[in-house]
Design a protein around this ligand. Structure first.
Ligand code: UD1
Length: 419
């Protein structure tokens, strides 16, 4: 199994191109199921999650043309051959549960495996299912699968919590339902807005995406479209943390402050300088130690849970104690014990971590159980003495394209070893 070896890196300098957003791209790919005409996606990130979802869509009969070295996907769901999303694939990739809304919206029937929990928490799908029931679907659970069917009718769906996945599943189901659906307490994430923009380009009638109320007026048919995947704000935030740990200055190409305003505010409070440039966002470490800053994760526009691990890695070196509170997932501090093994001072109590910065960490062999936790250990290793070896690299391949190459490009001492 491959490993990534990180050694202490001097100040970073240079540019990092930010890829198209993984989470957005996956939901756009699912949306191709809604039309019998092709959906062409550009700026597609080359990631194993995209390959896994492609396998699932192909098993449903979607034909996928890959152009431009995989950066453009042409998805044609003209001839669907199955409405069954098998456990073998859904268990590998939770986002594949988002074929449910498009499948039932298009065909009136879907059988989709329940995704089960994952390392960061239970991650229930009750909001997805309740939402579809409100639209008139009959939903049964049998042998670990969701059997959903029915002709959908517009309705009011109010979520107890602004779930990203549930908002997207219900929005996709509603675009071809009869009548008007009003989604209240909807997720406001840029990914959800981008999905709505793509659906609108395909002929859907949607208003309010990006706000807490989305209105979907059902249409009979969606047509083909070409849509560019937006910048990956989590990849952007991850690379913005790199100079925060290793020092120096990095320009993230394609970065935009509005994608990550709350995160940028916290980075600045810690002492980093962020400048908007013509090409993206530039982050500069002013030298010395950063200041400890507390964060509480929250749905967009709050501080993203997907950047909590990386921010914690940075706070391990800051002056003072920062309090990090995780409110989205119940088990999302798995990087903390590994950072402690590297010499960090972290005290986790329930959903709160107190991180007291130290002058330096010591490299160690580490292991992580999810994507963002893994990358936080690589970032920490960049300012540690000695060598940090990160195992289970397949987590990183799920969400970071060319991670080693991008970090090496700005001077980080990182390499990937194959066995
Ligand atoms: C998406 C992102 C993930 C990100 C998360 C929160 C994708 C592929 N993944 O995940 O990277 O960390 O948003 O920004 O887009 N919940 C329920 N019942 C439900 C649905 C959710 O209780 O039916 C709970 C979850 O367990 C979790 C919280 O709501 O505690 C937020 O989950 P949600 O916003 O749905 O996250 P995902 O869409 O799974």
């Amino acid at each position: 199994m491959d490993r990534i070896v990180v050694k202490g890196s001097g100040p970073l300098s240079g540019q990092i191109p930010i890829a198209g957003a993984k989470n957005t791209c996956l939901k756009l790919m699912c949306a191709s199921l809604l039309s019998d005409e092709p959906l062409t996606l550009t700026n597609v990130p080359r990631l194993s999650d995209v390959a896994t979802l492609s396998d699932l869509l192909e098993s449903l009969g979607v034909q996928i043309g890959r152009l431009d070295d995989g950066r453009t996907l042409a998805l044609s769901a003209a001839d669907l051959t199955s409405q069954l999303a098998h456990y073998d694939i859904v268990r590998k990739l939770r986002a594949s549960f988002n074929v449910l809304g498009p499948l039932i919206g298009r065909t009136g029937e879907a059988i989709v495996s329940l995704p089960g929990g994952c390392a960061i928490g239970a991650r229930a799908v009750d909001f997805h299912l309740e939402g579809l029931k409100k639209l008139g679907a009959s939903v049964d659970l049998k042998d670990g699968y969701v059997y959903a069917s029915g002709d959908l009718k517009g309705a009011e769906v109010e979520f107890p919590f602004p779930s990203v996945g549930a908002t997207e599943n219900v929005m996709c189901a509603a675009v071809r339902a009869k009548g008007t659906t009003v989604i209240k307490n909807a997720a406001r994430e840029p990914d959800t807005k981008a999905l709505a923009d793509c659906l609108i380009a395909m002929g859907a009638d949607i208003e309010g995406a990006g706000t807490e109320q989305i209105v979907v007026r059902g249409v009979d048919k969606l047509h083909g479209a070409t849509h560019r995947v937006i910048t990956d704000r989590i990849e952007l935030g991850t690379y913005m943390v790199a100079p925060g740990i290793a020092g120096g200055e990095v320009e993230c190409l394609g970065g935009r402050r509005d994608l990550l305003a709350a995160f940028c505010d916290k980075m600045e409070q810690a002492g980093l300088e962020i400048t908007e440039t013509d090409a993206g966002l530039k982050v500069r470490h002013p030298g010395g130690r950063l200041k400890a800053v507390g964060v509480t994760t929250a749905p967009f526009p709050g501080f993203p849970t997907d950047l909590q691990a990386q921010f914690m890695a940075m706070m391990c070196f800051a002056e003072g104690t920062s309090v990090l509170e995780e409110t989205i997932f119940e088990n999302r501090f798995m990087h903390a014990p590994e950072l402690i093994r590297m010499g960090a001072s972290i005290d986790v109590q329930g959903n709160t971590a107190h991180v007291t910065g130290v002058e330096t960490l010591k490299g160690a062999p580490v292991m992580a159980t999810d994507l963002r936790a893994s990358v936080s250990l690589i970032l920490a290793g960049m300012a540690a003495e000695g060598e940090t070896v990160v195992n289970r690299v397949y987590h990183l391949d799920r969400g970071y394209e060319q991670l080693v190459r991008k970090l090496r490009g700005v001077g980080a001492n990182v390499e990937r070893l194959s066995e």
